[in-house]
Design a protein around this ligand. Structure first.
Ligand SMILES: NC(=O)c1ccc[n+]([C@@H]2O[C@H](COP(=O)([O-])OP(=O)(O)OC[C@H]3O[C@@H](n4cnc5c(N)ncnc54)[C@H](O)[C@@H]3O)[C@@H](O)[C@H]2O)c1
Ligand SMILES: [Fe+2]
Length: 382
């Protein structure tokens, strides 16, 4: 038996964010607590969507202090503001950071435990607080996933919480909100979405429903990410990337991620490399490592991404080349190019490999990687 879940309402399309207020009113909500960050709120289309929430007759309280990667302390501050506000629905508005923070507020609202108590799989008690996520990057797919990632400053580690209680009730993916997203975020969040789709498709936990969405996402990304990078205001490219990130999010929520994500998290923890960028730095080389274990699957990936001309036996090579070409066109840097200090990198690389394995994600990879092989992959990406 396979299980497949999505939020009960998914609103998509240009203008959909301006319709959320009416949907919330029709469900009887009166007061929205919006979790966001200042960069997001400065975007004209986002400010307009927020105005429309008010226009629909909802009271709106905005908490805009989410840093670029969420922390336990900041989520606690948002929770206190939520409780003080008297709101009856939590709305995450932004990229993965505000959406994950909103998830934290919603799961903590009814209980007494601190967020770290829920680290790991299926530890979150039933959630009563309604949760809406509106994506402004394309993207993490957090609006349709059961995951929440946050840094616990007390233990200096990035926690992953995985539970169906984290899955939002309503997801909104309006490409208008991503128009003008700066190129560096277009690349990091776009490659994050590509990594979700590729890893969901090659995951040992892939299932037919996630396969269809993953391949569709890869096709859209192959056809539109370069354009969205070069032409930030191109509405067709933004629409395709928004749908791709949504499909990829649903796919990996139901099929898991694998080695790339397992290796990306320690780069965030030790060197503050943002999540999407960490995946971008790793994706091509890790795919080249993994592809020989699943050449037919990787050939599908390569063809969906726009690669052509290889025999079925040559799928692994084609996939590695097609992904590397895309990363080159998008000017994805190396770890050294990102400014990760060499001596510190050498000091912690063995521990990063151990942390990657301990996260569990590499166990879903089609090719099992030893700690030594993971160290060699990190070195190759430096
Ligand atoms: N829950 C999940 O399933 C899941 C999946 C992947 C990643 N994540 C998490 O998501 C976080 C990263 O999210 P992200 O990559 O979306 O970045 P982000 O939310 O940290 O945003 C990055 C920057 O982009 C800006 N920004 C966002 N939308 C914009 C817009 N439309 N125009 C201009 N600027 C805009 C923000 O102000 C911020 O400065 C990480 O913490 C990661 O762990 C969660
Ligand atoms: Fe991701």
């Amino acid at each position: 038996m396979r299980e497949f879940r999505v939020p009960s309402v998914v609103l998509t399309g240009s203008g959909s964010a301006t319709g959320v207020g009416a949907v919330l009113r029709s469900r009887g909500y009166r007061h929205a607590f919006v979790v966001s960050d200042p960069g997001v709120l400065a975007v004209g289309s986002v400010a307009m969507a927020l105005e429309r929430l008010r226009g629909a007759g909802l009271a709106v309280t905005v908490f805009d202090a989410i840093p670029s990667e969420p922390t336990v302390r900041m989520i606690d501050a948002a929770l206190a503001a939520y409780r003080a506000s008297g709101a009856d629905v939590v709305v995450g508005l932004g990229g993965g950071s505000p959406m994950d923070s909103a998830k934290g507020v919603a799961i903590l609202a009814g209980g007494v435990e601190p967020l770290p108590a829920y680290e790991g799989a299926d530890k979150v008690p039933p959630r009563a607080t309604p949760l809406v996520c509106i994506a402004t990057t394309a993207g993490t797919g957090s609006e349709v996933t059961r995951y929440l990632a946050a840094t616990d400053e007390a233990r200096d580690r990035k926690m992953l919480i995985s539970s169906w209680e984290v899955l939002p009730d309503i997801a909104v993916v309006d490409p208008d909100l991503t128009l003008g997203l700066p190129p560096r975020y277009t690349v990091s969040t776009g490659i994050d979405a590509l990594t979700h789709a590729v890893e969901a498709y090659v995951s040992k936990r892939a299932q037919p429903l996630s396969d269809s969405l993953a391949l569709s996402a890869i096709r859209r990304i192959g056809g539109s990410l370069r354009t969205a990078y070069r032409e930030p205001d191109n509405p067709e490219a933004r629409a395709e990337m928004s749908l791709a990130a949504l499909e990829a999010g649903i796919a990996f929520c139901n099929a898991s991620v694998a080695l790339v994500h397992g290796m990306a998290r320690p780069l965030g923890a030790y060197f503050n490399v943002p999540h999407g960028l960490a995946n971008a730095v790793l994706l091509a080389r890790v795919s080249a490592f993994s592809a020989p274990a699943a050449p037919a699957r990787y050939r599908d990936v390569a063809l969906a991404l726009g690669g052509a001309g290889a025999s079925p036996e040559d799928g692994a090579r084609l996939a590695a080349e097609t992904i590397a070409d895309l990363c080159r066109d998008l000017e994805v840097p190396s770890l050294g190019g990102l400014g990760v200090p060499r001596h510190r990198f050498d000091e912690v690389v063995m521990q990063m490999a151990a942390d990657a394995i301990a996260s569990g994600s590499p166990a879903n990879n089609p090719r099992t990687a030893t700690a030594e092989e993971i160290v060699a992959l990190y070195q190759a990406c430096y």
